[in-house]
Design a protein around this ligand. Structure first.
Ligand SMILES: CC(C)(COP(=O)(O)OP(=O)(O)OC[C@H]1O[C@@H](n2cnc3c(N)ncnc32)[C@H](O)[C@@H]1OP(=O)(O)O)[C@@H](O)C(=O)NCCC(=O)NCCS
Length: 190
């Protein structure tokens, strides 16, 4: 899968992407809302291998794509949309950028393409995003793209890769298909 936007190319991961991912996943600005030590290179190798494995699944339920600058190929971050089974109508998204590239609208531009994959290729009815309340950049991104707050989860243990970790207060945001279609016809907010 490849997606071209005005400034970006979203593409499948390759093993050569590990170093770029490892470098920004050590940055304290990136780690601020993950409440964990810096990712090791081995963890980043496993992450990239997982993304590559998902790309080969058939039917495919999980898209986790590298975000690159379309003019020079530099890796800026990654984003994805995932669902548990092809029959499921609900999925979730995740996104991350190297702090070097924050504040330029790259993540919003990438996530717009990821939403298109979720609603069109995966035929989802609604997409969830979980976000720490204090992570204001991420909250602004989600609201900019039309997500609405569905739940505010009090501090407590996380789930999935965050299991066994105490997490602060966080939002569950939702975007429904009808709201997404409506947003496509509105002028884009930067
Ligand atoms: C969450 C995260 C991706 C947001 O990054 P970001 O750079 O703020 O988001 P965007 O790329 O969409 O950029 C939006 C900002 O760029 C500005 N901008 C500048 N030029 C722009 C342009 N040409 N087009 C659009 N926006 C532009 C916008 O005004 C906006 O600024 P604001 O938030 O101060 O209003 C980033 O902080 C991150 O990777 N954090 C670590 C990982 C993380 O927390 N992931 C989310 C877990 S829930």
């Amino acid at each position: 899968m490849e997606k071209l936007t005005e400034r970006l190319l979203l593409r499948e991961f390759t093993k050569q992407d590990v170093d770029a991912i490892t470098e920004f996943r050590r940055d304290p600005r990136y780690l601020e809302y993950y409440y964990r030590p810096a990712y090791t290179r081995e963890e980043c190798v496993r992450f990239v291998e997982q993304c590559i494995a998902w790309s080969k699944e058939n039917p495919r339920c999980k898209f986790q794509l590298a975000i690159t600058n379309r003019s020079n190929g530099v890796l800026l971050g990654n984003c994805g949309v995932r669902t548990e089974s092809i029959e499921s109508r609900r999925g979730d998204i995740g996104y991350e950028l190297s702090p070097v590239y924050w504040g330029q609208g790259f993540a919003s531009e990438a996530v717009r393409s990821i939403l298109q994959i979720g609603f069109e290729d995966l035929d989802l009815d609604e997409i969830e995003a979980r976000c720490v309340v204090a992570n204001k950049r991420s909250v602004r991104l989600l609201r900019r793209l039309g997500f609405e707050e569905a739940e505010r989860v009090p501090p407590g243990p996380g789930r999935g890769e965050f299991a066994n970790r105490m997490l602060p207060e966080r939002y569950v945001f939702l975007l429904r298909r009808d709201k997404w279609i409506y947003s496509l016809f509105q002028p884009q907010e930067s």
